[in-house]
Design a protein around this ligand. Structure first.
Ligand code: UDX
Length: 471
């Protein structure tokens, strides 16, 4: 039974590996500070968490407890619950179970003082408040995306028409100019459920006792200042980069690391579209042929293509059908690129890959965790955003930080094989690539310092731990 003096925090995590990883890392960092007990509730089945994570879960420290409130299987969700709405549904579906858990914990020897929820969890605020538990938001994306999201309800109040009708980019405090093409896709139709849900969600952020962001001050000083200067915004703690530590010797993932060991230093482009991102068949073919034309070494995590819209398979990473994904590669591609490239279906141990000395570039869907992992390991990027807030992330790393290049989409909506080849060569061989790499190395140093003892995020987590103790 837990000791009376410990401060107990409950963390509710939306489904999706990209949400689970940072919340779990946050718990580990907080647990370094004495006297904290943490209960993490994941809303996906524990078995859907990738193998490398299972290894960490098995070695959990005793003051972190993991519970699973799995969401209903995807096929049983209502027709209306698509993409982001599915995540929200998985939280609302679990509120009665959360209430029961908090009720029993509230009357235990070690009642929780705070409930942390991520982007989609604001409906759980009401349940927390029933038991006098303070609600906190853990924002799993950038300070920039948070600043933008917090502007959204005000923008929505004054806007007539659609965001696409703007002729000039939006200029908001703490954000670079944002054109409609940089906005999350759900914003392009103000009538859709996901858009309306986000407006409602961001309206409630101000009710939080504090907001934690998986970023660091040195990465986003302007957005961070804009957050601090806004008196309507609760206290913001920058706690990142929260990145899974490399598991040396524990994972190899389809032979990726053994293969990388055999490649020359700084020679390989890693290509991956995150835990759920997929391309169309046609786009996948252009990417394959562009990779081949570039004659660069590559490690490509291939997922089964979709027919029309990029998928956001939030309910897990490793799907059995992904094994068939290699069938969609162009005829003869594997034979022609043998020796130059390694193609793996579904999943690779990304943190270990990015930390490998042979890897010199990362073509990514711009999920925030992928960006932080690339920054931490000093690997410059090719930005290929697909869904959610990934356009905003791409804008930040390409135009803002200048650590990534972005391939141009042609008139037919495709990035052609020539364009793929051009950006890859630019990143891997060109002067521009060299400059991007230099800037990324500087960010890597800053990121490492931020989480080291006395770094900005370390101090912020320490302050958070103290603030939680006096709630
Ligand atoms: C999505 C959003 O796009 C992201 O910005 C948001 O903040 C969380 O939800 P996701 O598509 O899961 O995220 O991408 P990302 O944020 O990059 O997270 C994927 C995680 O899975 C990373 O930690 C990555 O290391 C890991 N991963 C992914 C692997 O380990 N292997 C893989 O093959 C693919």
């Amino acid at each position: 039974m837990a000791d009376l003096k410990r401060t107990h925090i409950v963390m509710l995590c939306s489904p999706g590996v990209g949400h689970f990883i940072p919340i779990f890392e946050l718990a580990k960092h907080l647990a370094h500070h004495d006297d904290l007990t943490i209960t993490i509730i994941t809303t996906q089945p524990i078995t859907s968490i990738p193998d490398s994570y299972q290894t960490i879960i098995n070695s959990l420290q005793s003051d972190i407890h993991l519970l699973s409130f799995p969401s209903p299987p995807y096929h049983s969700l209502p027709e209306s619950a698509k993409d982001e709405s599915r995540i929200m549904f998985s939280i609302s579906h679990n509120l009665p179970r959360l209430r029961e858990l908090l009720r029993s914990l509230a009357s235990s020897d070690n009642p929780p003082v705070a409930l942390f929820v991520d982007l989609f969890g604001v409906d759980a605020f009401d349940v927390a408040m029933e038991f006098k538990i303070h609600p906190y938001i853990f924002s799993t994306s950038s300070c920039f995306a948070l600043r933008f999201g917090l502007h959204l309800p005000k923008l929505d109040d004054v806007l007539t028409g659609e965001f696409q009708d703007f002729l000039e980019p939006l200029r908001l405090p703490g954000c670079p100019p944002i054109s409609p093409k940089d906005m999350p896709d759900f914003m392009l139709d103000r009538g859709n459920t996901a858009y309306l849900s986000f407006v409602r969600i961001f309206k409630r952020y101000v009710e939080a006792k504090g907001i934690l962001v998986n970023s660091f001050e040195e990465l986003e000083p302007v957005a961070m200042k804009a957050l601090k200067d806004d008196e309507d915004v609760p206290l913001v703690y920058t706690v990142g980069p929260l990145v899974r530590t490399c598991l040396t010797g524990v994972v190899n993932g389809a032979g990726c690391l053994t293969w990388l060991d055999k490649q020359p230093l700084g020679s390989v482009l890693y290509v991956s579209f995150g835990s759920g991102g997929t391309l169309t068949r046609e786009q996948m073919k252009e990417l394959a042929l562009g990779l081949e034309m570039s004659k660069q070494r590559f490690l490509w995590v291939v997922k089964t293509p979709h027919e029309s819209k990029p998928s956001a398979a939030y309910f897990g990473g490793q799907t059995p059908e992904s094994i068939t994904s290699l069938e969609f590669l162009p005829d003869g591609f594997l034979a022609r690129t043998e020796g130059l490239g390694l193609v793996v279906p579904a999943w690779a141990p990304q943190v270990e890959v990015l930390g490998h000395a042979s890897v010199a570039g990362f073509m990514s869907h711009c999920g925030w965790n992928s960006i932080l992992e690339s920054i931490l390991h000093g690997v410059p990027m090719l930005a290929w955003p697909l869904y959610a807030e990934q356009n905003l992330n791409a804008l930040m790393i390409v135009d803002g930080l200048k650590v990534a290049l972005r391939p141009q989409v042609g008139d037919n909506g495709l990035v052609t094989r020539d364009e793929v080849c051009r950006v890859i060569k630019c990143l891997m061989e060109g002067m521009e690539g060299k400059e991007l790499r230099e800037r990324m190395k500087q960010l890597s140093v800053a990121a490492t310092k931020a989480v080291a003892e006395d770094g900005s995020s370390f101090k912020s987590i320490s302050k958070l731990a103290l603030d939680l103790k006096i709630l």
